[in-house]
Design a protein around this ligand. Structure first.
Ligand code: NDP
Length: 483
């Protein structure tokens, strides 16, 4: 299995060029160089994918769960056996450290496939007994052809997180990865072919969001859309899909609070706070970019965080010593840097970072930025309210529980929150009041795939994970039998 120079669409079981014959460049963020070419697919390619998916649906949906389990497990095995190739492709595309691709992104991708391959074997529906005269039972049937659209930050990880439950539940899929990180989706297509996935069951169309992505969202025969990405894109998708009465799952942006009480286990907290601030260059929707620290430990915390941040090694994503690789694209780096400038204008003090890293030699044109810690901002300023999605955190001291809950909830987002305290009653009280879909107490990014995952407010609609995903990708039908 190899990452070719010309990526192809995967339609009806075959790797095919875009109908228009047009491609655009795929750039490696590590060095800013073009290293492959991406199909510039459009509505015509999506139409072919939908036709193939519709044709495949009858057979795939009646295959039986054991057969689907076997094929999805085989795909997982192939990804695992080709860890090196997949990890190299992920790092080349995204600029993330190779250690992360090898230990997080790719392992989670095959875990997603295995998780949903087995979950469908245990998936059951409800029955409602009407004493003495009737029984209702709920049939859960696949929807038909569904669309899955994913972002660039955790490319194969999030792509499979959607595709696996959709396929396991018996749907056929038309999917689009982010045009910024398409290579592992291309390799996934090869894995599907090798695993014997029937033609048309999964179709992967590459290209730009507003063109290929939009064509998926507005296609009348695609009955559900599962989307992860930015809030403004999610709004656009909802605008198109809602009047067509499509089922929608939207996992959107975040601006997550990390709340640190003075009684926390400081060592554990500081270790995880460094991770929750800068993992994947802060380009994880769950990163805690607003750090609130109880006053008695504010200075101690600030000094320790800054010291540890300065030790982080920014550099070659392919070096095993690297902590932070390149940001995903030139435009994203510029966006993050513009927020650092905004923070200065808003009165913030840059405690460390705040600058691009000037690399030498082959990496001179890559997109590197020092991890940045800022203090002294008003809690409601733009830097604290808008998603930056980069290696930038802000520090704000607080005095009381009520005050910090108000700070945490004052943004338009509500994806996740982290709380550090040894006081179990306070932990429960705060968790209950936080406006977030996921709350971590004394940990961060500890994920159990069975739990519901998603956000409130502008962070999204619906839940992924475990049975929630299988419920999303099936249509419940109540059957009432009178006797
Ligand atoms: P975008 O919203 O820009 O893109 C996400 C996907 O949507 C891409 O595949 C993109 O294609 C596609 N797309 C863009 N426009 C349209 C359209 N009009 N119709 C259909 N599809 C479209 O997000 P990013 O890729 O920049 O990802 C970063 C964002 O994702 C952040 O806001 C982050 O918080 C969020 N995110 C949320 C997560 C969650 O679970 N809640 C998890 C991870 C990230 P293309 O790239 O080709 O333009």
């Amino acid at each position: 299995m190899k990452a070719d120079k010309y990526i192809k669409n995967y339609i009806n079981g075959a790797l095919v060029p875009p109908l228009s014959g047009e491609y655009f460049d795929n750039i490696s963020p590590a060095n800013g160089e073009v290293y492959s070419h991406i199909p510039d697919s459009d509505q015509a390619d999506v139409q072919q994918a939908v036709d193939a998916a519709q044709k495949a649906f009858k057979e795939w949906s009646s295959f039986g769960v054991e057969k689907r389990f076997r094929i999805l497990s085989r795909i997982a095995d192939i990804i695992e056996q080709n860890l090196e190739t997949f990890a190299m492709a992920e790092t080349t595309d995204s600029g993330k450290p190779i250690s992360m691709s090898k230990t997080v992104d790719i392992p989670r991708a095959h875990a997603n496939l295995r998780f949903f391959a087995t979950a469908i074997m245990h998936f059951a529906s409800e029955s409602h007994f009407m004493e003495g005269h009737a029984i209702n039972f709920t049939l859960r049937q696949p929807i038909g052809v569904v669309g899955c659209i994913s972002p660039w930050n955790l490319p194969l990880y999030l792509f499979t997180w959607k595709i696996a439950p959709a396929l396991a539940a018996g749907n056929c899929v038309v999917a689009k990865p982010s045009e910024i990180t398409p290579m592992t989706a291309y390799l996934l297509a090869k894995a599907c072919m090798e695993a014997g996935l029937p033609p048309g069951v999964l179709n992967i169309v590459h290209g730009y969001g507003p063109k290929a992505g939009q064509a998926i969202v507005e296609h009348p025969n695609i009955k559900a859309i599962s989307f992860t990405g930015g809030t403004s894109t999610g709004r656009e998708i909802a605008r198109t899909a809602a009047p067509m009465f499509k089922k929608l799952s939207l996992e959107l942006g975040g601006k997550n609070p990390n709340i640190i009480f003075a009684d926390c286990d400081f060592d554990r907290m500081i270790f995880d706070t460094l991770r929750s601030s800068f993992s994947n260059n802060g380009q994880i929707c769950l990163c805690g970019s607003r750090i609130f620290v109880e006053k008695p430990i504010y200075e101690k915390f600030r000094d320790e965080l800054v010291k540890r941040t300065q030790f982080l090694k920014v550099g070659d994503p392919f070096s095993p010593m690297t902590d932070l690789g390149a940001l995903v694209s030139r435009s994203h780096k510029e966006k993050v840097m513009s927020y650092i400038e905004l923070a200065k204008v808003e009165g913030g003090t840059i405690l460390c970072g705040g600058k691009a890293v000037e690399m030498q030699g082959q990496l001179a044109n890559g997109y590197y930025l020092r991890p940045t810690v800022i203090e002294g901002l008003e809690v409601g300023c733009r830097t604290n309210m808008e998603e930056i999605f980069g290696p930038v955190v802000t520090l704000t001291p607080f005095e009381t529980e009520e005050e910090v809950i108000q700070y945490a909830n004052m943004v338009d987002y509500g994806l996740s929150a982290t709380v550090w305290t040894q006081d179990i009653s306070r932990a429960h009280r705060v968790a209950e009041q936080l406006q977030a879909g996921v709350v971590w107490i004394n940990c961060w990014l500890l994920r159990d795939l069975r739990t519901p995952f998603g956000g409130v407010k502008n962070s999204g609609v619906g839940r992924e994970g475990g049975l929630e995903a299988l419920r999303f990708f099936t249509e419940p039908k109540n059957v009432c039998i009178k006797y």
